[in-house]
Design a protein around this ligand. Structure first.
Ligand code: ADP
Ligand code: TYD
Length: 206
């Protein structure tokens, strides 16, 4: 896949489960619109596309796959997603995305060597990098108390996994700091305060 030429900007939210990504992604879209910037929100895995729907079923334990297969499904869903994202970027929209390839690196690392999961996402990395990746950092116990309010737990929603995922993210950000624009924000604050910090960072891109 060739590198995508962007008219709009591509902003990604990352974080462990319940870190506030979808809340802040929605708020960011509202903020951009208030500045007369065309903006849309999207998320991975996609809920309205075949591969993403398969993943959603696996997350809810309705079907099971081994870890390597799941990792490949996430990568496939991402390439499919990039087609849709690029159309929007080409129309001049800013696209705000809840999760992208760092989620794969941070979550889908068990039983596999880390380089393999990075390599299966190399197409996406070459085609479309985020203009800014915003990592909402929260402690794992806060994550689990927030997600437990949502009802039945998904496959990755346990303390041990969330801890490992958070550490993976922090390690990855050190590794990719020269290639990616990563902003770490304390997600354990009031929603308005987080929104303001994000807006200040985003203003640097406008
Ligand atoms: P994610 O998309 O990262 O899973 P959500 O935005 O869905 O996270 O938030 C998970 C839950 O935590 C929701 O019930 C949401 O209302 C709540 N929440 C989000 N941000 C905060 C915050 N800063 N403080 C307290 N609760 C929050
Ligand atoms: P999501 O619905 O964003 O969960 P949450 O709102 O709780 O943050 O993502 C679903 C789950 O899928 C989440 O546990 C993270 C996991 N995931 C991966 O394992 N690999 C990936 O590449 C992506 C995008 C998500």
């Amino acid at each position: 896949m060739e590198e995508i030429k962007k008219k709009g900007k591509f902003i990604v939210f990352e974080g462990i489960d319940g870190s506030g990504k979808s809340t802040q992604a929605d708020r960011l879209v509202r903020y951009l619109k208030s500045k007369n910037i065309k903006a849309v929100v999207t998320n991975e895995p996609q809920s309205d596309r075949p591969v993403g729907m398969l993943i959603r079923q696996a997350l809810k334990k309705q079907i099971s796959f081994d870890e390597k297969t799941i990792a490949l499904l996430f990568a496939a869903d991402r390439l499919d997603h990039i087609q849709r994202i690029s159309e929007k970027l080409d129309e001049g929209f800013w696209v705000v995305c809840d999760r992208y390839y760092f989620s794969s690196f941070a979550y889908n690392d068990t039983a596999l060597n880390k380089e393999w999961i990075i390599s299966v996402n190399s197409e996406a990395m070459n085609a479309l990098k985020a203009d800014m990746t915003i990592f909402l950092d929260i402690p794992c116990d806060i994550s689990l108390s927030r997600v437990s309010k949502r009802g039945e737990r998904e496959i990755f929603e346990n303390t041990e996994r969330q801890n490992r995922v958070r550490n993976n993210y922090l390690e990855l950000f050190k590794r990719f700091k020269d290639d990616e624009n990563i902003v770490v924000i304390d997600g354990n604050a009031k929603q308005n305060i987080i929104e303001k910090k994000i807006a200040d960072k985003i203003d640097e891109l406008i």
